[in-house]
Design a protein around this ligand. Structure first.
Ligand SMILES: *[C@@H]1O[C@H](CO)[C@@H](O)[C@H](O)[C@H]1NC(C)=O
Ligand SMILES: *[C@@H]1O[C@H](CO)[C@@H](O)[C@H](O)[C@H]1NC(C)=O
Ligand SMILES: *[C@@H]1O[C@H](CO)[C@@H](O)[C@H](O)[C@H]1NC(C)=O
Length: 572
């Protein structure tokens, strides 16, 4: 016993020493070994604490909408608009929607078919015509579906010509769907119809959206002196479980809450971060509705030919005919030709292949980008493509920002800042957590100011009312900005399609994005702002869908943005 003691002591000493070395190494990776050591220890501590977070998650009653009616009550006009918007995105589906359906009765893309109309031979198609495609959905047993609600997308394309255009899908609510395409180029055109989700899967997503706003959760670190605590945060938290810290924004009334730390006060909040994603949201039976390669983004086959040959535009035969055929107004905002986006509404697309052209365009301008990572991508594209734009080191966390780039020779300032909560970024400092509408209120604006907004991806786990409320605040701020500083250019980037599997679908499905996107378009329709149709730009393109679209698409978006900022001189 007496002889073994020194041996153990040696082991303990070694253990203690290696522990110290471990701590020192960790501290060195975070910050240098000086007066900041305490900070590093906190960071180490918070990293350890964050792994225990899910234990303290709140219990939601999953039978009602929590988030929708938290926050300020909308005015009667706002409430009216909200009801109109919600009606306009109402989605048809199985009724009653909540009955769980066996997979064999649900929509199966392999058994479903489409046909180009008319199916009889002899029809000629010309540029300027509209192509109609009829889709009939069947279930896994091959029986025709009798109700609508399937989420389908359509694309007409020609790989040889680098051409593509998004179609418009109409739901006849009886298992049949029409997909309409404008014919915009001469040559071959191939139809592609994709089932994104079955109507039964959409019903599950709809339920998750209303009842599980907690499926993505957030956290904040609180710190005072040596004490630090991390708690769960969200746009809404059940109020009857633990005391809350109320971070409702004073200017907009945007709600945000964290659980109150046990020892610290609410004003010791240091940061905001994505907490995590809840698992086990759906039953095993429901999980069958979300199978990659089976019923998530699977092509539907044609019963006959899937392509046509488009002839040049018809000569107008009777020039002064009073019965001019009314061209059906399709909702196409543009199309690709030779892999270049060609907008159909107003603006002429210019190519900005040289960085000097971008510098020339942005001379004397301040470009303020606000929003999610899909607009941060534009910032990144610009600083990578334009060597004159030097990123100014604000010591911001990677991928979070705020970021800033300057070309002092040409007097260009480019800025990016993420939107406020529920932003799902890794650690954003509380001091950098700002709402877009408040930021816009702080802009002087004017003809040399460009504002670019992208706000969609982080709202898909909440009821649509939360998104409407956010956009309402941003819209008011834009109206104030355009009133006090006419000539300010405001560009709004829409949502885009992304790669989906089961996991991504439950939190970020294109179905959520589509619904938000319709709301966004409706709310800014009458406004003096320009829309960048990222939805159609990603749908019409041949590259696979991705949350962050590939460079070939971003190049088109940047060219479009520059064409908005520096429109082509009108030829006389
Ligand atoms: C939701 O469920 C909780 C607990 O089961 C119950 O107390 C509450 O009344 C329910 N609310 C609604 C709106 O059904
Ligand atoms: C949070 O604060 C806002 C604004 O002060 C207030 O309107 C709201 O009722 C508060 N929320 C709760 C749950 O107390
Ligand atoms: C820009 O590049 C594309 C593709 O390389 C080319 O087709 C186009 O003509 C170029 N435009 C200009 C203005 O240089």
């Amino acid at each position: 016993m007496c002889r073994s003691l020194p041996k153990y002591a040696l082991i303990f000493l070694l253990l203690a020493l290696s522990g110290l070395i471990f701590v020192l190494r960790n501290i060195h990776t975070v910050e240098s070994w000086n007066c900041h050591t305490i900070t590093s220890l906190y960071q180490l501590q918070s990293r350890i604490q964050s792994s225990f977070i899910p234990v303290n998650l709140p219990t939601f009653y999953h039978n009602r909408t929590f988030c929708a009616h938290l926050g300020q009550k909308p005015s009667p006009e706002d409430e009216l608009e909200e009801r109109y918007l919600l009606d306009s995105i109402a989605w048809p589906g199985p009724s009653p929607p909540s009955t769980p359906t066996a997979l064999r009765f649900t929509s199966d893309p392999v058994h479903s078919l489409f046909a180009i109309l008319p199916t009889k031979k002899g029809r000629e198609w010309h540029v300027g015509d509209q192509l109609e495609v009829l889709v009939q959905m069947h279930d896994f047993q091959g029986r025709p579906k009798r109700y609508g609600g399937d989420f389908l997308v359509g694309r007409l394309h020609s790989p040889e010509l680098g051409a593509g255009v998004a179609g418009e899908v109409l739901d006849h609510k009886n298992g049949f769907y029409s997909a309409l395409f404008p014919l915009l180029w001469v040559g071959s055109a191939q139809v592609e119809i994709t089932l994104v989700h079955s109507s039964e899967a959409v019903a599950v997503l709809q339920r998750l959206r209303e009842e599980r706003p907690d499926r993505v959760f957030f956290k904040s670190l609180f710190r005072l002196g040596y004490l630090s605590e991390t708690t769960v945060c969200n746009m809404c938290l059940p109020p009857d479980q633990q005391p809350l810290c109320n971070y409702t924004d004073l200017y907009t009334g945007e709600p945000w809450y964290c659980y109150k730390p046990k020892m610290l006060s609410c004003d010791t909040r240091i940061n905001h971060a994505k907490g995590g994603y809840l698992k086990h949201l759906i039953t095993n039976k429901e999980a069958l509705l979300f199978q990659s390669g089976v019923n998530i983004k699977v092509h539907i086959h044609a019963s006959g030919p899937d392509r046509i040959n488009v002839l040049p535009q018809r000569k107008v035969e009777i020039e002064s005919s009073s019965i001019k055929p009314e061209p059906l107004k399709l909702a196409s905002s543009g199309y690709y030709y030779e892999d270049t986006w060609r907008p159909l509404s107003g603006v002429t697309m210019r190519q900005f292949n040289q960085s000097s052209a971008i510098v020339q365009c942005l001379k004397n301008k301040v470009i303020n980008m606000y929003g999610d990572s899909t607009v941060r991508q534009w910032f990144e594209y610009l600083i990578a493509f334009v060597p004159e734009l030097k990123e100014f080191n604000l010591h911001s966390p990677k991928n979070v920002g705020p970021f800033m780039a300057v070309d002092s020779t040409h007097n260009i300032l480019l800025k990016y800042r993420c939107h406020g909560p529920p932003i799902r970024f890794t650690t954003v400092l509380s001091s950098e957590m700002r709402y877009i509408s408040n930021e816009l209120d702080g802009l002087s604006g004017g003809p040399n100011t460009v504002v670019v907004l992208s706000i969609w991806a982080h709202f898909s786990t909440f009821p649509v009312e939360a998104y409407i409320r956010r956009l309402r605040h941003i819209r008011r701020a834009i109206i104030r900005l355009l009133e006090r500083a006419p000539g300010t250019l405001v560009v709004i980037r829409s949502a885009n399609l992304q790669a989906l599997d089961q996991e991504v679908s439950l939190y970020n499905s294109d179905w959520f994005s589509l619904q938000l996107d319709k709301v966004l378009r409706a709310m800014f329709k009458e406004m003096d702002v320009l829309l960048m149709d990222a939805w159609q730009m990603t749908l019409a393109h041949h590259l696979p869908h991705a949350l962050h679209p590939p460079p070939a698409i971003v190049k088109n978006m940047i060219d479009m943005l520059m064409s908005y900022i520096c429109p082509a001189k009108k030829k006389i």
